[in-house]
Design a protein around this ligand. Structure first.
Ligand SMILES: [Zn+2]
Length: 343
């Protein structure tokens, strides 16, 4: 689920940045001012949202290849291959050739943990958002040729609708990121004992992101997020965005759990991952206005994550031992040890 090599990202022109004003330090601050300052300092820029032509084309071709290979993931069950009745024979053959290339080279690979696919996605994310000629640096000549041939077809038939969906999603999340983002980032950083990344997290919003709807790279932080996924809309989508973000900076709890479980001879599996879901859900609930909080169901509850396999028992220790830590009734170390003991 982790992958990708560190890369420097330069000359990025963010389509939309979520920038909040920096705070100034006052020699004497009230508690409320101090909390506000803490929030503002971690959230000068939480995310940098992009709707990038080349990343969207690449993700669309991955999806088409999966559909053609007949092994769609659970989110693709209802999808059918793209088609446009007004396509010319030349356009049809160019598009089909691109899908065939993707089917042959990447057909049923999962993006998560696949260095090749993550590397391609990262390189495409460095291209200007609007498209234009493709900078081939770091990409295979074959892939560049395939993408360049498919680009006019994609731009003509599907990109406008995908772009619209992406921009709508970004616009729908902007107010939340501004209002709730600083507090949520600060709370998660405090709980997970690691600060939010110093630079804004690069988020590529794509209509399709086959696999499970999102992918992330650790260095530099890079999230690829599906605007077309129903579970990514509204407050649930906002929460999941922060869950994905936590993957890019939080590993202290993962290492602490691994050590504690090893010391006790336990296999803690992916309790660390369940913990990330649990934490963002709890903290977002705390930040919501009372009226909205009453109707809020965190993502993992809403989609039954805690009812599957080992996550049932993971949830049990999170709801007791980890919750005690989140409530200030236990230290981080004590909560980690207790979860390992009670698992
Ligand atoms: Zn995750």
């Amino acid at each position: 689920m982790f992958g990708g090599k560190p890369r420097l990202r330069s000359a990025l022109l963010p389509l939309i940045c979520v920038l909040l004003p920096a705070t100034t330090h006052a020699s004497t601050m009230t508690n409320a001012q101090a909390r506000h300052a803490q929030r503002a300092s971690v959230a000068r820029a939480l995310f940098e949202f992009h709707s990038n032509f080349w990343v969207n084309l690449h993700q669309t071709l991955l999806e088409e290849a999966l559909l053609r290979a007949g092994k769609p993931d659970r989110r693709l069950q209802a999808n059918t291959p793209l088609a446009a009745s007004q396509m010319s024979k030349l356009e049809e053959s160019r598009w089909n050739a691109a899908v065939t290339f993707y089917e042959t080279h990447f057909g049923t690979l999962r993006q998560h943990g696949n260095d090749q696919l993550i590397g391609i996605n990262d390189m495409l994310a460095m291209q200007p958002d609007g498209g234009g000629s493709l900078d081939s640096t770091g990409l295979s000549p074959q892939l560049v040729a395939v993408l360049s041939e498919a680009a006019p077809v994609f731009r003509k038939y599907w990109w406008p609708a995908q772009q619209q969906s992406n921009m709508k999603w970004i616009a729908s999340q902007r107010a939340r990121v501004h209002d709730l983002g600083p507090g949520l980032a600060a709370a998660m950083g405090r709980d997970l004992r690691q600060p939010w990344p110093a630079r804004p997290i690069h988020v590529d919003v794509c209509y399709y992101v086959p696999d499970i709807g999102f992918a992330f790279t650790i260095l530099p932080p890079h999230i690829t997020y599906a605007s077309g996924d129903l579970s990514h809309q509204g407050l649930t989508g906002f929460e999941l965005l922060f869950h994905e973000a936590s993957h890019t900076f939080a590993d202290v709890e993962q290492h602490a759990l691994a050590r504690a479980c090893r010391a006790q001879g336990k296999d803690c599996g992916d309790l660390w991952h369940t913990l990330l879901f649990y934490t963002s859900g709890v903290e977002l609930g705390r930040l919501l206005p009372p009226g909205e909080r009453a109707g809020f169901t965190p993502y993992a509850y809403k989609y039954g994550l805690y009812t599957r396999g080992d996550w049932v028992r993971y949830h049990r220790v999170l709801a007791t031992d980890w919750q005690a830590y989140l409530d200030g009734k236990a230290s981080f170390d004590a909560a980690i040890r207790a979860m390992a003991t009670h698992l």
